[in-house]
Each structure stands twice: as structure tokens, then as C-alpha cells.
Design a protein around this ligand. Sequence first.
Ligand code: LHQ
Length: 255
Amino acid sequence: VLLTKTRAGVRTLTFNRPDKLNAANDDLLLGLTRAVTEADADPAVRVIVLTGAGRGFCAGQDLGDVSGRDMTFTEHLNHTYNPLIRAIRGAGKPVISAVNGVAAGAGASLALAGDVRLWASSALLVEVFSNIALIPDSGSTWFLPRLVGYHRAFELMALAEKIRAEDALRMGLCEHVYPDDTFRDEVQAYAERLAARPANALKLTKQALNSAMTSSLDAALDLEARLQQLAGDHWEHEEGVTAFKEKRVPAFQRE
Ligand code: LHQ
């Protein structure tokens, strides 16, 4: 249900249930959480990419799968989806949501959860939950209003409207849209560009940003001062300054 590939410091995790647009079952969700955690701990990995096989990114919970039915909804979310979203946001390495096709329900949440969101031109996102009279979960109620504001988020959730790539770009739901036929190459190239950046500084940046999403300016300033020390004490900082003075590209990718 999950394909794993590593190339040039980029670990690509591909949801592989294409017949069901990669609808998620427990195997996929638990395997994915484990894979993200492993990639985060693996020194050979600098960037993590999440994507889907076939024409879908992820259609959310597999509505035909009975696994999890012995659990309450609350238990199921706490067992599968929530640890996954926490693993993505808590990872020290950048996670790219490479949205190759339709992202629905919890799949939409996964599309929003990445630190970078890259879309194929035929991708679309739909907060489909209200079609089956559920509420948006897996972080959608947290991610979406921060991107589009309360009212647009409410409308998208209440009417389960499909958001196409050009609108997603305009609304800030993704950073870049690439043509379908070159999408996977573009994602790899983008990820390699990110892999060449200073890993320690990016880890601390991610930590500061995630904290700042819910903190006061005072708390953000305090945290910046603390994390800047960790960045400044790291060899990456010295390399960056030396490279600047020597007018060369800094070499942050040391084996
Ligand atoms: C699917 C699915 C799917 C199974 C497409 N399951 N087969 C929920 C419950 C409990 C606790 C935890 O939290 C959650 C979180 C959630 O994610 S709830 C939301 C669950 N997802 C949905 O309700 C989405 C249902 N799917 C759709 O609305 C459409 O399929 C979308 C809009 C995703 C794509 O539409 P189309 O491009 O027209 O494709 P399609 O509908 O023809 O689907 C292709 C195949 O994939 C089809 O199978 P078939 O055998 O007929 O070819 C679908 O049945 C299957 N599939 N989503 N979630």
C-alpha cells in the first residue's frame, strides 16, 4: 500500500491503492506514519515527499474498508490520522505534499499538511466530509481557515466545493502548479533544491514557524532568540558565511 524510494537525499513515499484513488486504510495510515518517522531519523534523507500512485492523491478514508470499525470515530482518529499529521508537522525535515490528483477528505488534510505543497495541473482538493455528514478532520479545520479565512473555509466545507489547481494557487493552498506530464520530475527537482539547503537551519525554522502559528509575538521573539543560538552554533552557519565571503555556493550537503 506504500511505495518507498530514495534518490539524491529525497525520500518519496507513494500511496499505492490507485484503483481507489489511494483511499486510506489502517495499513496505509500506520505504515505512512512509521515511514515518515523513519525518514526523519535517517541521515541519508533530507527531504520527504508524499504523493499518490495513479490519477489520485488520496481520496480520504476508504469507505469500503471495515478496519477501524471496532473503534469509535475518536479512537480511530487518535490511532491513525492524528499521529500521521503530528509526524508530518513534527518532522525536523521538510515534507512536500506532492498533490498529483484528487485530494478528498482526510486526503485534503494531507495535501495541506506538508511544509510545501506542489500540485499537478489536474489536481483538485475537496473538503468532502459534509457529503457523508462528517466534519473535516485530520487537521483540516486548523489548516484551511489559516489559509483562506474562516468564511471561505466554512463555505468550502459546508458545500464540499471542488478547488482546482489555478484557484488553489490563488487561494494559497499550494506553492506551485506543474503540468501533469512533467509533474513527478518537477517535484524531484524541487525536492533536490530543498535538499541542498541547510538542514539544521530548516529544522529550526520549521520548529519556530509551527510554534508561531499559535503563539504571541512575545513568545515568538523569545523562541527565535533561543533557536538562533542553535543555528549560529552549527557548522552550517560558518559554512554559509565563509561561502558568502569566498563568493561561492555553500556546501550544506555533507555526507
Ligand atoms: C473510493 C473512495 C473512498 C473507497 C474513491 N473509499 N473507494 C472518515 C471516517 C472515519 C474516521 C476517520 O476520518 C474519516 C476521514 C475521511 O476522509 S471522510 C471522507 C472519505 N472520503 C470520501 O468521502 C470521498 C469519496 N470519494 C469521492 O467523493 C470521489 O471518489 C472523489 C471526489 C474523491 C473523486 O471522484 P471521481 O474522480 O469522480 O472518481 P470516482 O468517484 O469514480 O472514484 C474512482 C474509484 O475510486 C471508484 O471505484 P470504482 O470501483 O467505481 O472505480 C470509487 O468508489 C473509488 N473511491 N474514493 N474514499
